[in-house]
Design a protein around this ligand. Structure first.
Ligand code: SF4
Length: 324
């Protein structure tokens, strides 16, 4: 399980701090596919970095923490922000946005696999035996073990992404984080990558967290999802419910703008632009674009709370409906 407790983080710049994520408080459960959606610049990649504990200058955590806990091989574990990196690959792994940037271009893939496997896991075997295990794993994923002899640049974008996913899941970590795993791939390859991620999640019964701006990705594979806007989560719940009955005005406009099979009506985007994170408006950050905004919205930040069973949202209208 990943618990995000009252988390805020910012980038320190010479022009001042830019608060990129603010007061996030939610849980990602064991054995679920959890999606994080939102327009670019809303803070979703920064959130993923804090989950994976890649918090390096200029990014700093202002308050709160992330707690990764669970059980593996009969042993329970718990790591919080600052400690999570000790358990990279073993309990948590990361599939970054640009797959080619994490692979060393001048190193054969077999060496990159060997380097990523913790010493503890390979202490009783020779290098050949470890590589045989890797080759078997690749075969199980319908990948040719021949790729181990390749350099990254010799593979197509889709194949590189599959290899990264294989690398990230080889140790069967409890949590796998994937940042825009299908971006820049053609539709057929995208589908193959999503199927591979789903199959692995089912096989290991672990937690898969997917960040994507593409609502279609969330619709296809996530169980629950969070919608981010300007550094905050404004709605969270079961994916099916978010698409069939969105409650937050932003989510309603976002879902309403999506094309649907058989629907020939003219689709319009959400008017206006997200606010600059360096100087956001007071109160609800969506107020300048919201058709329901009131004076209260423009001065008071709405609280993120459960508005119906399993559904959380941050909106004064909804909070008034539930009598809070
Ligand atoms: Fe709109 Fe007000 Fe709700 Fe913000 S709090 S989404 S401005 S109704």
């Amino acid at each position: 399980m990943l618990k995000i407790e009252n988390l805020s983080a910012s980038y320190q710049t010479i022009d001042g701090d830019v608060h990129v994520i603010k007061d996030l408080d939610f849980e990602i459960k064991d054995n679920e596919i959890f999606g994080i959606a939102g327009e670019s610049g809303c803070g979703k990649t920064t959130l993923l970095k804090t989950l994976y504990d890649i918090v390096e200058f200029p990014l700093v955590i202002d308050q709160g923490r992330v707690v990764l806990s669970g059980e593996k091989n009969g042993q329970s574990f718990s790591f919080s922000s600052g400690e999570i990196r000790k358990t990279w690959w073993n309990n948590i792994s990361y599939v970054p946005q640009a797959a080619q940037s994490v692979l060393n271009p001048i190193m054969r893939l077999k060496k990159q696999f060997l380097d990523s496997i913790p010493a503890e896991d390979k202490k009783n075997e020779t290098e050949e035996q470890t590589l045989a295990r890797v080759a078997k794993y690749l075969e199980d994923l319908s990948l040719s073990p021949d790729v181990l002899e390749s350099y990254p640049f010799q593979l197509s974008g889709g194949m590189r992404q599959r290899v990264i996913i294989a690398l990230a899941t080889f140790m069967s970590p409890n949590v796998v984080l994937a940042d825009e795993p299908t971006t820049a791939l053609d539709v057929v390859v995208q589908r193959g990558i999503l199927m591979m991620l789903m199959r692995l999640q089912k096989q290991f019964k672990n937690t898969l967290v997917i960040v994507s701006h593409d609502m279609g990705v969330h619709y296809q594979i996530t169980d629950r999802m969070a919608i981010m806007y300007s550094g905050s989560i404004i709605e969270l719940g079961e994916t099916e419910g978010i698409f069939s009955d969105p409650v937050h005005p932003y989510t309603q406009m976002l879902v309403g703008s999506l094309p649907r099979v058989g629907d020939k009506s003219q689709k319009v985007g959400i008017p206006g632009r997200p606010p600059a994170l360096k100087n956001p408006p007071p109160g609800c950050r969506f107020a300048p674009r919201c058709p329901h905004a009131t004076d209260r919205c423009r001065s008071e930040v709405p609280v993120f709370r459960e508005v119906k069973p399993g559904r959380f949202a941050a909106c004064h209208l909804l909070n008034e409906e539930v009598g809070k």
